[in-house]
Every structure is written in structure tokens, then in C-alpha cells.
Design a protein around this ligand. Structure first.
Ligand code: C2O
Ligand code: CU
Length: 460
């Protein structure tokens, strides 16, 4: 389990941890409003959390049975999507599509055995802009026995901004101006709930940073100053190490970074975001304590073990990411069935679309056509074409895909569940279609998702 410092003063009880191996006691995730004080604020903010520390981190071993009971103590329905984990369809946490919404006062038990090691996260899948903005998310670390002893220190860094006033009250989470462009940004930037936290590490220590971007909007461009940092895993999946410098971490993306802590006491390694005019420090790691022995093993993870797509003969399906407009077919369908936008987790505003459709996930009884129909076990190439002036971190549920390449830039070969598509870019991914079901495919700038940039692939 990576170490983690929690900075928010929570009113909740003891931190959550998983039961000892072999035990069957499930984790309880009690979704509720819990006021907490954010850095530099004079009063508390009405956060929504799952209880315990913030950020909340759970860990489980690869392949081991995991059980979590979600208890809903919020005023509206909720569910949990296990982002990036190749879960069975019924555990994917999309209301109306994979399960009934969990109503206030009700609970739902999630059970699965995570097949892949790595750093994942979880969050609701309706009213997500509000929920994520208030902090309702957690990290799931899937441990791999093959990684034991590879690192001297393992730190979790959870990136999230807050739209919060000096008195602690929240500002409106979404604005039309933001939703129709790059998103509505939070002014208070935090890592693990703190402003640029400082960690300590012994000279020569082998460090692993698990950087998780749970922000619904911001795309930091990472840089590690003071040490030679390499990305060793993308979205939790091991990759051939490549330099951190310039790696853009879109909403929902994770990057694991490995480096050797410099020997000089007091030396500082700084993880920063170099997107803006001035580099913004995210976290510092300061050399302190007794030197570590010279472990010369390469700083990399055992290779990812994922279904390898067969590219030869694989159908190529195009997904055009476009701006949106109201869909007359959707409107007619809603009139006919009496479905409301609310029940569909959809906002009235439509700014975005995929293949000219601005469609959310709908109820199973009245399902609109999928974006694509796939056969379980077959390989597919999806070519995404960004016809908008903004970047979109595109996420596919329940699958880990291979990023094949772009017509615009050199990308290191890597596995992902969320990939940034730049304006005018054509980017190809490939994967083996998994378990039958309707798997959501959407932008993870949540305001884009909620204003049209969402659909699903039907696997049968
Ligand atoms: Cu983390 Cu459907 O998303
Ligand atoms: Cu987007």
C-alpha cells in the first residue's frame, strides 16, 4: 500500500482500509455530505465523500475478491463506476445501463476480482460534475506480487482543483462558457487536498509516484525537476519507460513515475505542471535520512498482461468528436416515452457530439442505437478524429486499449483507458472487445460528457 498523507480535516471516523487478505468483510463506502476545510479557507466546504480520509485510497491484490458496499446517504441517486478496472458488466456502475440507480437510503454491493494491477479510481456516473467537484471519488490500487520490493517508497498524488470561495462555500461548478469550451476550471489547486505538499525520501531511494488526475477539467503537463523521471505506467498499465517531460495528464488519466532520489541532503525533486506561462509546483520530494543501498535493478514494472488486439484484418471504426446540437430523434423519443433529461443524467445544454450524435446512456428499456456494435473476442481499431478546437480525454469503459498512434505527434506505445485527442488529431486505439454489454465511451472533461460527448459500444 503506498503511503499517503491526508490533509483535509474530515469530520468522519477512522480511515478506511481493506480487511486482511482472505477475510470476507466488505469495505463500506458511505456516500454523504461531510464538511471539511480546504487549504486557505476560513470556513468549511460541503464536500461529498465516501467516508474516512480524503483522498480515500483502497488497495486489493490482483485477482483477489474485492467487495464494496455503497451506501447512499446523499439526497439523490448515485452509483460507483470503477474507472479503468476491467470489471464484469453488471459491476460497471452506470445507472440505467448496468444497474438500477442506488436511491437515497439504499445500498448496493460491488463484487469483482480486479484482473490487472495498477492505479485506478472510482466515482459516480450521474450528476458527475457536481459529485466530482465536491470530492466524491476514491483511488483503488491493485497490487501485484511481482512488484514487491521494487521501490523504497510509493506515494500517491491525487490532483484536484476546487471551485471554492475564501469563506469555503462552493462557486457554481459549471458555466456555459466553460462547458462549451475547455471546461470550467477550479481556482484552488490541490494535491492530496493540500497546496503543493512536501514529502521526504532518503538519498538514493527508488521512488514511485502514482499521479492520479481526478479533476473534471484540468490537463496538467507534467515535468519532474531535480531527478530523471520516467513514466513507467499509463492508466495503471506498465509501459516501456519514457521521459516524464511534456506528458499531458488529462482528467481521469494516471501516470506512474519512477526516479532515484538525489543523494545530497536537502535536495529537492519537484513535480510540476508546465502547461501555463509559469511552471506550477504540484509536489516536492526532499532528500532526508540515511542513504539507501545500491539496488541496480531497472526502474520499471513487470510487463502488462492484457488481451493483445490482432490488428491484421481488424475493422477500423471512425469516431468523430464534434461540437453538438440538439438531436431531433432524441427529442422525439423523449416525448414518446415521457423520459426526462434528468432521468438520463443529461443536461439541457448540448455542446458536443460523437459521430454527430449527442446522446447519453439511456435506460435499457428504450435504448438508443449504440455508436458501434462489436463482437466479443474480436479485435477492433477505433480511429478518433477531433473536429473541435479543444482537446478531449476519451474514455472507454471496461476495456484497456492500446494507443497505436497519431497523425500529428509521436506517442510512446502504451495501454490506456483514457486518451487525450488533440484538436485536428486522428488517433488510433485498438482492443479486444470484452464481455457482452453496453460499454460507455465518453469524454472525461465531465462538462463535455454531460453536454453531449457520450455514447456507448454494444458488445454482443
Ligand atoms: Cu471515469 Cu464513464 O468514467
Ligand atoms: Cu471533451
Amino acid at each position: 500500500m503506498p503511503s499517503r498523507r491526508s490533509f483535509l480535516a474530515m469530520t468522519a471516523a477512522a480511515p478506511l482500509a481493506l480487511p486482511a487478505r482472505g477475510a470476507t468483510r466488505p469495505v463500506r463506502l458511505v456516500a454523504a455530505e461531510r464538511p471539511a476545510t480546504l487549504p486557505g479557507r476560513s470556513g468549511t466546504s460541503p464536500l461529498w465523500t465516501y467516508g474516512g480520509d480524503w483522498p480515500l485510497a483502497l488497495s486489493v491484490r490482483r485477482g483477489e475478491a474485492f467487495e464494496a458496499v455503497l451506501e447512499n446517504r446523499l439526497a439523490d441517486h448515485t452509483s460507483i463506476h470503477w474507472h479503468g478496472v476491467r470489471v464484469p458488466f453488471a459491476m460497471d456502475g452506470v445507472p440505467h445501463v448496468t444497474q438500477k440507480p442506488v436511491e437515497p437510503g439504499q445500498d448496493f454491493t460491488y463484487r469483482f476480482s480486479p484482473p490487472d494491477p495498477g492505479t485506478f479510481f472510482f466515482h459516480p456516473h450521474c450528476d458527475t460534475m457536481q459529485a466530482l467537484s465536491r470530492g466524491l471519488a476514491g483511488v483503488l490500487i491493485v497490487e501485484d506480487p511481482r512488484e514487491e520490493g521494487l521501490f523504497d517508497a510509493d506515494h500517491l498524488l491525487v490532483l484536484k482543483d476546487w471551485r471554492v470561495r475564501p469563506d469555503g462555500g462552493f462557486e457554481p461548478f459549471s458555466t456555459d462558457a466553460g462547458a462549451a469550451r475547455a471546461g470550467t476550471f477550479g481556482g484552488l489547486r490541490t494535491v492530496n487536498g493540500a497546496a503543493a505538499p512536501a514529502l521526504k525520501a532518503p538519498p538514493g531511494a527508488r521512488i514511485r509516484l502514482r499521479v492520479v488526475n481526478i479533476d473534471p477539467t484540468r490537463v496538467p503537463v507534467l515535468e519532474l525537476a531535480g531527478a530523471e523521471g520516467r513514466v513507467i505506467a499509463t492508466d495503471g498499465n506498465a509501459c516501456a519507460p519514457f521521459p516524464v517531460q511534456g506528458w499531458a495528464l488529462g482528467p481521469a488519466m494516471r501516470a506512474e513515475i519512477a526516479f532515484i532520489q538525489p543523494a545530497r541532503p536537502g535536495a529537492e525533486v519537484v513535480l510540476r505542471d508546465v502547461w501555463g506561462q509559469e511552471a506550477f509546483p504540484l509536489a516536492r520530494i526532499i532528500t532526508e535520512g540515511a542513504a539507501r543501498g545500491a539496488d541496480r535493478r531497472p526502474l520499471r514494472l513487470p510487463e502488462a498482461e492484457l488481451p493483445e488486439p490482432q490488428l491484421k484484418g481488424a475493422p477500423v471504426i471512425e469516431m468523430s468528436l464534434l461540437t453538438g446540437h440538439a438531436d431531433p430523434k432524441l427529442e422525439a423519443w423523449m416525448k414518446e416515452t415521457g423520459m426526462s433529461l434528468d432521468a438520463l443524467c443529461l443536461s439541457e445544454r448540448i455542446f458536443w457530439s460523437i459521430n454527430r450524435r449527442a446522446w447519453p446512456g439511456m435506460s435499457h428499456e428504450h435504448l438508443p442505437p449504440p455508436l458501434a456494435e462489436l463482437k466479443s473476442g474480436r479485435s477492433y481499431v477505433i480511429e478518433m478524429l477531433n473536429g473541435t478546437p479543444h482537446r478531449h480525454p476519451m474514455h472507454l469503459h471496461g476495456h484497456t486499449f492500446k494507443v497505436l498512434g497519431s497523425n500529428q505527434r509521436r506517442l510512446p506505445p502504451h495501454w490506456a483507458d483514457t486518451v487525450l485527442v488533440e484538436p485536428k488529431e486522428r488517433l488510433r486505439i485498438a482492443f479486444v472487445a470484452g464481455e457482452p454489454g453496453d460499454w460507455m465511451f465518453h469524454c472525461h472533461i465531465i462538462e463535455h460528457q454531460e453536454t453531449g460527448m457520450m455514447g456507448y459500444f454494444r458488445v454482443s
